[in-house]
Ligand binder design. Structure first.
Ligand SMILES: Nc1nc2c(c(=O)[nH]1)N[C@H]1C(S)=C(S)[C@@H](COP(=O)(O)O)O[C@H]1N2
Ligand SMILES: [Mo]
Length: 255
Protein backbone atom coordinates (compact mmCIF):
# COMPACT_ATOMS: atom_id res chain seq x y z
CA UNK A 1 0.00 0.00 0.00
CA UNK A 2 1.32 3.45 -0.94
CA UNK A 3 1.58 6.13 1.67
CA UNK A 4 -1.20 8.19 0.09
CA UNK A 5 -3.64 5.28 -0.02
CA UNK A 6 -3.05 4.73 3.62
CA UNK A 7 -3.70 8.36 4.31
CA UNK A 8 -7.04 8.28 2.52
CA UNK A 9 -8.00 5.08 4.20
CA UNK A 10 -7.50 6.55 7.62
CA UNK A 11 -9.47 9.65 6.64
CA UNK A 12 -12.39 7.92 4.98
CA UNK A 13 -15.77 8.17 6.69
CA UNK A 14 -18.64 5.84 7.05
CA UNK A 15 -21.66 6.42 4.85
CA UNK A 16 -23.57 7.55 7.90
CA UNK A 17 -20.95 10.20 8.67
CA UNK A 18 -21.01 11.42 5.10
CA UNK A 19 -24.77 11.74 5.20
CA UNK A 20 -24.83 13.69 8.45
CA UNK A 21 -22.08 16.04 7.25
CA UNK A 22 -23.99 16.63 4.03
CA UNK A 23 -27.12 17.45 5.98
CA UNK A 24 -25.22 19.87 8.22
CA UNK A 25 -23.56 21.56 5.24
CA UNK A 26 -26.87 22.05 3.44
CA UNK A 27 -28.60 23.29 6.57
CA UNK A 28 -25.89 25.89 7.21
CA UNK A 29 -26.13 26.96 3.59
CA UNK A 30 -29.93 27.23 3.81
CA UNK A 31 -29.73 29.28 7.02
CA UNK A 32 -27.18 31.68 5.50
CA UNK A 33 -29.31 32.04 2.40
CA UNK A 34 -32.31 32.79 4.60
CA UNK A 35 -30.34 35.47 6.51
CA UNK A 36 -29.25 37.08 3.24
CA UNK A 37 -32.83 37.03 1.99
CA UNK A 38 -34.24 38.56 5.20
CA UNK A 39 -31.53 41.26 5.15
CA UNK A 40 -32.36 41.98 1.53
CA UNK A 41 -36.06 42.37 2.38
CA UNK A 42 -35.20 44.53 5.38
CA UNK A 43 -32.95 46.86 3.32
CA UNK A 44 -35.49 46.96 0.51
CA UNK A 45 -38.21 48.14 2.87
CA UNK A 46 -36.15 50.84 4.56
CA UNK A 47 -37.17 54.43 3.84
CA UNK A 48 -35.25 56.04 1.01
CA UNK A 49 -32.74 58.80 1.69
CA UNK A 50 -31.51 60.76 -1.33
CA UNK A 51 -32.69 58.16 -3.82
CA UNK A 52 -31.60 54.98 -2.11
CA UNK A 53 -32.48 52.88 0.95
CA UNK A 54 -31.20 54.34 4.19
CA UNK A 55 -28.65 51.60 5.11
CA UNK A 56 -27.16 51.72 1.60
CA UNK A 57 -26.99 55.52 1.59
CA UNK A 58 -25.37 55.44 5.02
CA UNK A 59 -22.61 53.14 3.77
CA UNK A 60 -22.11 55.32 0.65
CA UNK A 61 -21.79 58.35 2.94
CA UNK A 62 -19.22 56.55 5.10
CA UNK A 63 -17.24 55.66 1.96
CA UNK A 64 -17.42 59.27 0.88
CA UNK A 65 -16.07 60.48 4.25
CA UNK A 66 -13.14 58.08 4.05
CA UNK A 67 -12.32 58.79 0.41
CA UNK A 68 -12.55 62.56 0.71
CA UNK A 69 -10.23 62.37 3.76
CA UNK A 70 -7.60 60.40 1.87
CA UNK A 71 -8.10 62.37 -1.37
CA UNK A 72 -4.86 64.13 -2.20
CA UNK A 73 -5.30 66.80 -4.87
CA UNK A 74 -1.58 66.72 -5.72
CA UNK A 75 -2.00 63.09 -6.78
CA UNK A 76 -2.49 62.92 -10.54
CA UNK A 77 -4.47 60.48 -12.63
CA UNK A 78 -2.25 58.57 -15.06
CA UNK A 79 -1.79 60.29 -18.44
CA UNK A 80 -1.08 58.61 -21.79
CA UNK A 81 0.59 59.66 -25.05
CA UNK A 82 -1.78 61.10 -27.67
CA UNK A 83 -1.17 58.05 -29.86
CA UNK A 84 -2.96 55.92 -27.25
CA UNK A 85 -6.21 57.91 -27.56
CA UNK A 86 -9.22 56.33 -29.25
CA UNK A 87 -10.20 57.81 -32.62
CA UNK A 88 -13.79 56.59 -32.30
CA UNK A 89 -14.91 57.84 -28.93
CA UNK A 90 -17.84 56.21 -27.25
CA UNK A 91 -20.94 58.35 -26.61
CA UNK A 92 -22.95 57.64 -23.49
CA UNK A 93 -25.91 59.56 -22.03
CA UNK A 94 -28.01 62.14 -23.84
CA UNK A 95 -29.79 63.79 -20.91
CA UNK A 96 -29.84 67.54 -21.25
CA UNK A 97 -28.63 67.44 -24.85
CA UNK A 98 -32.00 67.38 -26.63
CA UNK A 99 -32.38 71.08 -27.53
CA UNK A 100 -30.33 72.53 -30.38
CA UNK A 101 -27.32 74.57 -29.32
CA UNK A 102 -25.31 77.24 -31.13
CA UNK A 103 -22.03 78.84 -30.20
CA UNK A 104 -23.47 82.31 -30.95
CA UNK A 105 -26.26 82.13 -28.38
CA UNK A 106 -24.77 79.72 -25.84
CA UNK A 107 -23.36 81.30 -22.67
CA UNK A 108 -21.72 79.82 -19.60
CA UNK A 109 -23.62 81.19 -16.60
CA UNK A 110 -21.48 81.54 -13.49
CA UNK A 111 -23.69 82.30 -10.50
CA UNK A 112 -21.28 84.20 -8.28
CA UNK A 113 -24.01 85.11 -5.79
CA UNK A 114 -27.78 85.35 -5.87
CA UNK A 115 -28.62 87.83 -8.64
CA UNK A 116 -24.97 88.18 -9.67
CA UNK A 117 -24.37 86.01 -12.71
CA UNK A 118 -21.38 86.23 -15.01
CA UNK A 119 -22.20 85.26 -18.62
CA UNK A 120 -19.34 84.09 -20.80
CA UNK A 121 -19.08 83.16 -24.45
CA UNK A 122 -16.96 80.26 -25.66
CA UNK A 123 -14.42 82.73 -27.06
CA UNK A 124 -13.83 84.10 -23.53
CA UNK A 125 -13.03 80.60 -22.28
CA UNK A 126 -10.75 79.80 -25.24
CA UNK A 127 -8.61 82.85 -24.42
CA UNK A 128 -7.45 81.24 -21.17
CA UNK A 129 -4.43 78.89 -20.94
CA UNK A 130 -5.17 75.56 -22.61
CA UNK A 131 -4.34 72.19 -21.08
CA UNK A 132 -4.59 68.86 -22.90
CA UNK A 133 -5.15 65.52 -21.27
CA UNK A 134 -5.17 61.90 -22.44
CA UNK A 135 -6.47 59.59 -19.73
CA UNK A 136 -8.52 56.47 -19.14
CA UNK A 137 -12.15 57.63 -19.00
CA UNK A 138 -14.10 55.29 -16.73
CA UNK A 139 -17.86 54.81 -16.77
CA UNK A 140 -19.64 53.28 -13.79
CA UNK A 141 -21.37 50.89 -16.23
CA UNK A 142 -18.09 49.05 -16.54
CA UNK A 143 -16.37 50.34 -19.68
CA UNK A 144 -13.34 52.58 -19.99
CA UNK A 145 -11.55 54.21 -22.89
CA UNK A 146 -8.34 56.23 -23.28
CA UNK A 147 -9.46 59.58 -24.72
CA UNK A 148 -7.95 62.96 -25.54
CA UNK A 149 -9.45 66.28 -24.38
CA UNK A 150 -8.46 69.93 -24.08
CA UNK A 151 -9.72 73.03 -22.32
CA UNK A 152 -8.90 75.38 -19.49
CA UNK A 153 -8.22 73.91 -16.04
CA UNK A 154 -11.16 74.84 -13.82
CA UNK A 155 -8.70 76.10 -11.17
CA UNK A 156 -7.08 78.49 -13.68
CA UNK A 157 -10.55 79.63 -14.77
CA UNK A 158 -11.61 80.32 -11.18
CA UNK A 159 -8.43 82.29 -10.49
CA UNK A 160 -8.78 84.31 -13.69
CA UNK A 161 -12.34 85.36 -12.79
CA UNK A 162 -11.45 86.00 -9.13
CA UNK A 163 -13.79 83.37 -7.81
CA UNK A 164 -11.81 82.99 -4.56
CA UNK A 165 -14.81 83.30 -2.23
CA UNK A 166 -16.64 80.75 -4.37
CA UNK A 167 -13.61 78.42 -4.32
CA UNK A 168 -13.69 78.43 -0.53
CA UNK A 169 -17.12 76.77 -0.59
CA UNK A 170 -17.56 73.01 -0.34
CA UNK A 171 -19.22 72.21 -3.66
CA UNK A 172 -19.68 73.24 -7.26
CA UNK A 173 -22.99 72.52 -8.97
CA UNK A 174 -23.24 72.16 -12.75
CA UNK A 175 -26.36 71.97 -14.90
CA UNK A 176 -27.13 71.60 -18.59
CA UNK A 177 -28.89 74.67 -20.11
CA UNK A 178 -32.28 72.86 -19.91
CA UNK A 179 -31.47 71.62 -16.34
CA UNK A 180 -32.25 68.01 -17.34
CA UNK A 181 -28.82 66.77 -16.21
CA UNK A 182 -26.96 68.10 -13.20
CA UNK A 183 -24.06 67.13 -10.97
CA UNK A 184 -22.47 68.20 -7.71
CA UNK A 185 -18.69 68.09 -7.27
CA UNK A 186 -16.68 68.46 -4.07
CA UNK A 187 -14.36 71.47 -4.31
CA UNK A 188 -11.01 69.62 -3.84
CA UNK A 189 -11.80 67.40 -6.85
CA UNK A 190 -13.06 70.38 -8.88
CA UNK A 191 -9.82 72.26 -8.25
CA UNK A 192 -7.50 69.31 -8.89
CA UNK A 193 -5.15 70.33 -11.72
CA UNK A 194 -6.51 67.83 -14.29
CA UNK A 195 -10.13 69.03 -14.05
CA UNK A 196 -10.99 70.93 -17.22
CA UNK A 197 -13.69 73.12 -18.70
CA UNK A 198 -13.28 71.25 -21.94
CA UNK A 199 -14.08 72.42 -25.49
CA UNK A 200 -11.99 70.04 -27.63
CA UNK A 201 -11.80 66.31 -28.23
CA UNK A 202 -9.01 64.82 -30.40
CA UNK A 203 -7.92 68.36 -31.31
CA UNK A 204 -11.33 69.40 -32.69
CA UNK A 205 -14.36 71.21 -31.21
CA UNK A 206 -16.49 68.85 -29.14
CA UNK A 207 -19.10 66.91 -31.13
CA UNK A 208 -22.67 67.84 -30.10
CA UNK A 209 -23.29 64.51 -28.35
CA UNK A 210 -19.99 64.83 -26.54
CA UNK A 211 -21.02 68.12 -24.95
CA UNK A 212 -20.51 70.96 -27.44
CA UNK A 213 -19.69 73.74 -26.74
CA UNK A 214 -18.35 73.07 -23.22
CA UNK A 215 -18.24 70.07 -20.92
CA UNK A 216 -16.58 69.06 -17.71
CA UNK A 217 -13.63 66.65 -17.79
CA UNK A 218 -12.78 65.50 -14.28
CA UNK A 219 -10.39 62.51 -14.48
CA UNK A 220 -10.52 61.78 -10.72
CA UNK A 221 -14.21 60.89 -11.09
CA UNK A 222 -16.33 58.35 -12.93
CA UNK A 223 -18.06 59.36 -16.19
CA UNK A 224 -21.34 60.29 -14.49
CA UNK A 225 -19.72 63.49 -13.19
CA UNK A 226 -18.30 64.66 -16.57
CA UNK A 227 -21.33 66.81 -17.37
CA UNK A 228 -21.74 67.49 -21.09
CA UNK A 229 -23.02 70.87 -22.33
CA UNK A 230 -22.56 73.05 -19.25
CA UNK A 231 -25.17 75.80 -18.95
CA UNK A 232 -24.81 76.96 -15.36
CA UNK A 233 -22.20 76.69 -12.65
CA UNK A 234 -22.92 77.64 -9.02
CA UNK A 235 -21.26 77.26 -5.62
CA UNK A 236 -22.60 75.99 -2.34
CA UNK A 237 -21.69 74.63 1.07
CA UNK A 238 -24.52 72.11 0.74
CA UNK A 239 -24.48 69.20 -1.66
CA UNK A 240 -25.94 70.37 -4.98
CA UNK A 241 -28.58 68.11 -6.57
CA UNK A 242 -26.99 65.27 -8.52
CA UNK A 243 -28.80 63.32 -11.24
CA UNK A 244 -27.30 59.88 -10.61
CA UNK A 245 -27.03 60.25 -6.83
CA UNK A 246 -30.81 60.82 -6.87
CA UNK A 247 -31.09 57.50 -8.69
CA UNK A 248 -29.14 55.63 -6.03
CA UNK A 249 -25.53 56.00 -7.19
CA UNK A 250 -22.63 57.18 -5.09
CA UNK A 251 -22.49 60.99 -4.80
CA UNK A 252 -18.71 61.18 -4.53
CA UNK A 253 -18.08 58.81 -7.47
CA UNK A 254 -14.29 59.01 -7.23
CA UNK A 255 -12.00 56.18 -8.21
N1 LIG B 1 -25.46 66.27 -20.20
C1 LIG B 1 -25.08 65.00 -19.94
N2 LIG B 1 -23.82 64.77 -19.56
C2 LIG B 1 -23.42 63.49 -19.29
C3 LIG B 1 -24.32 62.41 -19.39
C4 LIG B 1 -25.65 62.69 -19.80
O1 LIG B 1 -26.52 61.82 -19.90
N3 LIG B 1 -25.98 64.00 -20.08
N4 LIG B 1 -23.89 61.13 -19.11
C5 LIG B 1 -22.65 60.98 -18.29
C6 LIG B 1 -22.09 59.63 -18.35
S1 LIG B 1 -22.87 58.43 -17.47
C7 LIG B 1 -20.89 59.36 -18.98
S2 LIG B 1 -20.16 57.84 -18.88
C8 LIG B 1 -20.22 60.39 -19.79
C9 LIG B 1 -19.96 59.88 -21.20
O2 LIG B 1 -19.27 60.83 -21.95
P1 LIG B 1 -19.11 60.59 -23.51
O3 LIG B 1 -20.49 60.50 -24.10
O4 LIG B 1 -18.32 61.72 -24.02
O5 LIG B 1 -18.40 59.27 -23.65
O6 LIG B 1 -20.97 61.59 -19.87
C10 LIG B 1 -21.59 61.98 -18.68
N5 LIG B 1 -22.14 63.30 -18.90
MO1 LIG C 1 -21.37 56.70 -17.28
Amino acid sequence: MKKTDQFFKQESMSEKQVRSRTIIAFSVFAILLFIVFISYLWIKNQPKVAGTQKPLRTSLNINEKIFSKIFDSSQLVKEYPKSAAAKKVRVNGYDGLKDTVSEETWRLHIVRKTRDTLKLALADIKKLPKREIVFDFKCIEGWSQVTHWAGVPLKTFMEHYHLEDQASMKYIGLQTPDKEYYVGIDMPSALQSQTLLCYEMNGKPLPVNQGFPLRLIIPVKYGIKHLKRIGTMFFSNNKPADYWAERGYDYYAGH
